[in-house]
Design a protein around this ligand. Structure first.
Ligand code: R5P
Length: 312
């Protein structure tokens, strides 16, 4: 594309947006974001965007609804500022577990969020590890859906661990875990999970042999940490020699980070699709950066090159 490339950021993960700009060797776009006295969001794009190819980086992390609203209002401002094309870069797409009704009179909130982005004026979406890939179909605009697996697998590989078994902590994650085990050369174990409440899970049974092995639990997100910790306890009970976890989205709700330091885990390897504050970090937590992955995808979208080549 001949138009100028510009990257703007909401407040959810400015460090990641800055890293992406460093990768692209461009300055982060200037925008002011604060509040009117009546608590409404006050936003202004502080530089000319007319005719530009604009990317807005905003994770839908806590406070989720505020961050979504910020993204929508920023897209609206860019549209009214005559940006030529606007791509919503959403490293973590929230409401993704609400992609279908599980009971009468429930919303399909993921579809509503997709509609909101489109109505605000987004021309494209760039995201990482959607909880349900079917959400891509909720959009009638192009969605580039990147995967964190190669980044995470390369890191696990670099640790030189032996005798590995990759563990899916629930039936829904089997395809993800199966892909991961081929990437790192491991066998597969599968746990059957039952969610009792939004913040409580129970591990029912496990298929696969973990005795004496280094178990690597693979998941897309760690929210309350319940899934991960229950799985880790079961793996220890079944004789795993060490327990690692890899996951893309570090939601780390409530005291999840503290619970993860209980000793049952040897190491957690996450990414910065969501900003992880120092208070939630610890010696056994590694946070890998998705900035090169997103930066390269932005470069390719801007230059009309294939993005799928990044998936391998
Ligand atoms: C479930 O389908 C997801 O892949 C994760 O396993 C789950 O969302 C993690 O949530 P929590 O940490 O609250 O158990």
């Amino acid at each position: 594309m001949s138009q100028a490339l510009q990257v703007f950021s909401g407040t959810s993960n400015r460090a990641l947006a800055q890293e992406i700009c460093d990768f692209l060797q461009i300055p982060l776009g200037a925008a002011s974001i604060d509040r009117f006295p009546n608590d409404e969001l006050r936003l202004r794009i502080e530089q000319n965007v007319r005719g530009s190819d604009v990317f807005v980086v905003q994770s839908m992390s806590e406070p989720v609804d505020q961050h979504i609203m910020q993204l929508l209002i920023m897209i609206d401002a860019l549209r009214r500022g005559s940006a030529d094309r606007i791509t919503a870069v959403v490293p973590y797409f929230a409401y993704a577990k609400q992609e279908k009704k599980t009971a009468p009179r429930e919303p399909i909130s993921a579809k509503l969020v997709a509609n909101l982005l489109t109505v605000a004026g987004a021309d494209r979406v760039l995201t990482v590890d959607l909880h349900a890939a079917a959400i891509e179909g909720f959009f009638d605009i192009p969605v580039d859906h990147l995967r964190g697996a190669a980044l995470l697998a390369d890191y696990v590989h670099s640790l030189g661990l032996q005798n590995l078994v990759v563990v899916s902590p629930d039936a829904g994650g089997v395809a993800r875990a199966n892909d991961f085990r081929y990437r790192i050369g491991a066998s597969l174990a599968i746990i059957a999970k039952q969610r009792l409440r939004p913040d409580a899970v129970e591990m029912i049974e496990m298929v696969g042999d973990v005795r004496g092995r280094t178990a690597v639990i693979v998941d897309d997100m760690i929210s309350t940490g319940g899934t991960l910790l229950e799985a880790a306890h079961l793996l220890r009970e079944r004789g795993a020699a060490a327990v690692y976890v890899v996951a893309t989205h570090a939601i780390l709700a409530g005291n999840a980070a503290e619970r993860m330091r209980s000793g049952v885990l040897d190491r957690a390897i996450l990414t910065n699709t969501i900003a992880v504050p120092p208070s939630k970090r610890g010696e056994s937590l590694t946070v890998l950066s998705v900035a090169p992955l997103l930066g390269e995808a932005i470069r390719r979208i801007h230059e009309n090159m294939s993005v799928s080549a990044l998936f391998t």
